[in-house]
Design a protein. Structure first.
Length: 289
C-alpha cells in the first residue's frame, strides 16, 4: 500500500467516526504515548501543540516552535500507529488566507487524517481575527484540501471562550455557524462546558460534527453526557501531557527538597514498560517508523 493509499484509508475511517455516535480522541504528546493510546483501543488520535511544546522545553506559542518542526511531529505521530491523526495546526502558522492554504497543503503531506485551524491571532494575543478574516482563512483551508484530492477532516476552532470575551456563547454560535457554512467538517469551541450551550452549538451547526474539550473533571463533560446531547468527538488537549508532567514534577520536587525517593514506588516497573513496547513493536501494532 502506498503512503497516499494508506492516508486515504485513514481519512475515510476518520470521516466515518464523525457520522454517528461519539468518540474520544485523546492527545498523545510523543511516539510512546501515541503507541500506548492505540494499545488501549482508542479509534483516533489528535496532536496537542502544548503537549509537544512541553516535550521540547518550550511554551505553547506558534512563534516559538516553527511550522517545520511541527510538521515533523505530525509526521512521526501519523506513522506511529495505524490510527487516524488530527493535527493541532494552531492558526495555520500564517495570518493571510493564501499563506494558510499553502501551509495546509504541507500539513496534508505529513499523512494526517484531519487538521484544525484556530481563529486566534498568533502568540499570546487574546485577540481573535475579525469576522471577515476568520472566515476567509477557513475557506482557504477548505480550498487547499479540496485541491489536494486528500479529503481530510477540517476542524474550525473558535477560541472565544479562552480569551475572556464578555459574551462567548453568542459569539461562538455565530462564528461556528459561519465556519460550517464555509466548509468545515467539524466545529470546536474549546472551553465551553455548559450542557445547554453545547447542545445549542450542536443544533446550530448540524449536520456538521462538534468537538468538545474535556479538560477537567466535570460530569457535564463525560462521554455519556456529551453523547446524549449530540457531540460527535471529545478531545483532552494538553491534559494527558499535564498528567505526565504533574507526576514527574511531584517526584522530582520530592527528591530535591527531601532527598527521599519514596514517590518512585508509585512507578510502573521498567520491565512492564519495556515489555509493553517490545510486544507492540514485534506484534506490528505500530506503524513503520
Amino acid at each position: 500500500m502506498t503512503n497516499s493509499d494508506r492516508q486515504l484509508s485513514v481519512v475515510k475511517t476518520f470521516h466515518k467516526l464523525h457520522e454517528s455516535g461519539c468518540f474520544v480522541i485523546p492527545n498523545p504528546f510523543d511516539i510512546g504515548s501515541a503507541v500506548y493510546l492505540h494499545k488501549l483501543g482508542f479509534k483516533a488520535l489528535a496532536t496537542s501543540s502544548a503537549g509537544f511544546a512541553f516535550t521540547r522545553g518550550f511554551p505553547d506559542d506558534v512563534n516559538v516552535i516553527g511550522v517545520d518542526v511541527m510538521l515533523d511531529h505530525f509526521r512521526e505521530i501519523s506513522v506511529a500507529t495505524p490510527l487516524p491523526v488530527n493535527a493541532d495546526f494552531q492558526n495555520g502558522y500564517a495570518d493571510e488566507p493564501d499563506a494558510v492554504a499553502e501551509n495546509v497543503k504541507r500539513c496534508l503531506a505529513t499523512g494526517v487524517a484531519g487538521l484544525s485551524i484556530e481563529d486566534r491571532i498568533s502568540g499570546e494575543s487574546r485577540q481573535l481575527y475579525d469576522d471577515d478574516m476568520a472566515l476567509r482563512r477557513i475557506k482557504a483551508a477548505r480550498r487547499a484540501i479540496d485541491e489536494s484530492g486528500m479529503p481530510v477532516v477540517l476542524t474550525a476552532r473558535c477560541e472565544v471562550y479562552l480569551v475572556q470575551h464578555p459574551d462567548p456563547f453568542d459569539f461562538a454560535v455565530r462564528r461556528l455557524t459561519a465556519f460550517a457554512e464555509a466548509g468545515a467538517d467539524c466545529l470546536y469551541a474549546p472551553g465551553v462546558t455548559e450542557p445547554k450551550q453545547i447542545e445549542a452549538i450542536v443544533k446550530a451547526v448540524a449536520p456538521r460534527a462538534v468537538n468538545v474539550l474535556a479538560f477537567r473533571p466535570d460530569p457535564n463533560l463525560s462521554l455519556a453526557r456529551l453523547t446524549d446531547i449530540g457531540v460527535r468527538r471529545i478531545s483532552v488537549g494538553s491534559a494527558l501531557a499535564r498528567v505526565a508532567w504533574t507526576a514527574f514534577m511531584k517526584a522530582a520536587q520530592r527528591i530535591a527538597e527531601t532527598g527521599e525517593f519514596d514517590l518512585l514506588s508509585e512507578n510502573n516497573s521498567f520491565a512492564e514498560l519495556n515489555t509493553l513496547f517490545r510486544e507492540v513493536r514485534s506484534g506490528g501494532q505500530a506503524g513503520a517508523l
